[in-house]
Design a protein around this ligand. Structure first.
Ligand code: ADP
Length: 491
């Protein structure tokens, strides 16, 4: 099958979060199964050019219709760790992708509306006719709209679209100018509630809603999150739209790349190990302590790795830090704050706890250190308010690090409570789960984990190994996506 992925990120060349990992990991696995995969991405000034091999001009003069005129673009082509990527570079006074950032500009909606238009125009003009176009998140929501309203009538009538939503919180909205710019010329038609009109703001079109309405298949990144988005406020106003389109909506759990996240071959950790050589994990714990100047004591080490953001239950992360310290555990935090207020708060904590030999707060993004923490920690916490899929618990499993998580989103599909899970026999359980987003609930899960570590070390080790036995690679998710592609292709 010939598949084109269109997205605003692809790790490691463009990565702001899990989206980049998914776009790369899925593309790689699809190719390993013999499919032809190409990616279309914006050519940002700040992307990691050192991860692109053989960059060259692929299409010099691409004219993209925009506001009745046109913007001249050049399309570059190169390989990102084996994946063939096309990067779109517009030449205009808008400097759409020359902002020293990927997101966060006032005109993000116009930047990505343009990107979507340019990606389709590139496919059209270069005579690329994929079987399936796979779009991701709000940035590409207008692609199926334009494909089926415009490009279908210019020779792209056989293309089908799979649209994956990674985060319902960011949906992308715009006014009538978004429609004018992209040649979606009948505002009354598109401003219909059955099409693009935002479900709450009557003056806005909603890109993500357009993606849901027009795509042939819509997915989100775990089955439980699909249910939540459909039936609870996690859908951020799109539940009704999902309900109307439920026949084509499903959840496919993300995978992780075991070539990168694997304690048997990880180049960032000093001692490699597997289930059979689990004792080696203790040497990584020692190495982590040495690196972070933590005391070498007979204590469990609990970690948090992730964005410091309300979504991630940041108040519970903060609580876990002191709860661990007060109950005989050590705590390591690696996180970057998403707001100045949260940032100031954790810097304050860091200074306050500076001389404490039982904890370390590393504020910022550090890929290499994250690997050593996954390998060295005994437990990892994920107390999220909502979590579409979550990669940290899956990485934790691979490294024999027991997750303590809140039972939401993809965490429900991946973590099974050691003491209470009704769906799995004891020998298949792999972590600790709490339900309510309050301190008491979180404490009850943490104390169960810590007690097991102290009182029944062999049982704790067994639990960690049971987690390592799960397969959260791209193997299963890719099969699911291929089944979806096959299904829509023949419609
Ligand atoms: P998100 O909602 O941020 O996409 P995920 O759990 O899906 O959360 O993915 C987070 C990914 O980013 C994981 O690979 C995690 O290890 C990594 N990560 C998050 N914060 C940091 C950080 N400060 N330093 C290094 N890696 C991080």
């Amino acid at each position: 099958m010939y598949i084109v992925q269109i997205a605003s990120e692809c790790a490691p060349v463009i990565k702001a979060g899990g989206l980049g990992d998914v776009v790369y990991g899925l593309s790689r696995e699809l190719e390993l199964r013999g499919n032809c995969v190409e990616l279309i991405l914006p050519k940002y000034d700040c992307m990691r050019y050192d991860h692109v091999w053989g960059m060259h001009e692929a299409y010099r003069d691409l004219w993209v219709p925009w506001y009745g005129g046109g913007i001249h673009c050049t399309v570059y082509c190169g390989w990102v760790h084996g994946r063939l990527c096309f990067f779109i570079e517009p030449h205009s006074q808008d400097f759409f992708f020359d902002r020293r950032c990927y997101y966060g500009c006032d005109d993000d909606n116009m930047r990505f509306a343009f990107f979507s238009k340019a990606a389709l125009e590139f496919l059209l003009q270069s005579n690329k006719r994929p079987d399936v176009i796979h779009c991701h998140d709000w940035q590409t929501g207008l692609i199926p709209v334009m494909l089926f309203e415009i490009y279908k009538y210019h020779g792209m009538e056989n293309q089908r679209v799979c649209y994956t939503i990674h985060n319902f919180k960011h949906q992308g909205t715009g006014g009538v100018e978004t429609l004018q710019a992209t040649s979606l010329n009948r505002p009354d038609y598109y401003f219909d509630y059955d099409r693009l009109r935002d479900n709450f703001n009557p003056f806005a079109v909603n890109f993500m809603k357009g993606g849901i309405v027009y795509s042939n298949a819509v997915t989100t990144v775990s089955p439980h999150h699909a249910w939540e988005a459909h039936h609870t406020d996690v859908g951020c106003g799109l539940s009704h739209t999902l309900h109307l389109h439920q026949h084509k909506f499903s959840g496919v759990l993300n995978g992780i790349d075991y070539d990168f996240w694997n304690p048997e071959i990880d180049r960032y950790i000093p001692y490699h190990y597997s289930q059979d050589t689990f004792a080696e994990k203790a040497r990584n714990k020692k190495a982590l302590r040495d690196r972070l100047l933590l005391q070498d004591a007979d204590k469990p080490l609990i970690a948090y790795i992730g964005r410091l953001d309300d979504q991630k239950g940041v108040h519970l992360v903060h609580h876990a830090l002191y709860y661990a310290l007060n109950n005989g555990a050590q705590f390591v935090l690696l996180g970057s704050a998403t707001s100045p207020k949260i940032n100031d708060h954790f810097w304050h904590e860091k200074r306050y706890l500076n001389d404490n030999p039982n904890c370390h707060l590393e504020l910022g993004f550090n890929e290499e250190l994250s690997h050593l923490i996954y390998a060295g920690a005994d437990m990892i916490i994920v107390p999220s308010n909502y979590e579409p899929c979550g990669l940290t618990q899956m990485i934790g499993f691979k490294y024999g690090t027991v997750p303590i998580v809140r039972g939401v989103g993809g965490l429900v599909n991946t973590v099974f409570d050691r003491d209470y899970d009704p769906t799995k026999p004891p020998e298949q359980r792999n972590g600790f789960v709490f339900e309510h987003t309050n301190e008491a609930a979180f404490e009850s899960a943490m104390i169960r984990a810590m007690k097991l570590w102290y009182n029944e070390p062999e049982a704790f080790r067994q639990l960690a190994i049971q987690g390592m036995e799960y397969d959260y690679s791209w193997n299963h998710p890719t099969e699911s996506y291929l089944a979806i592609y096959e299904q829509i292709r023949h419609k």
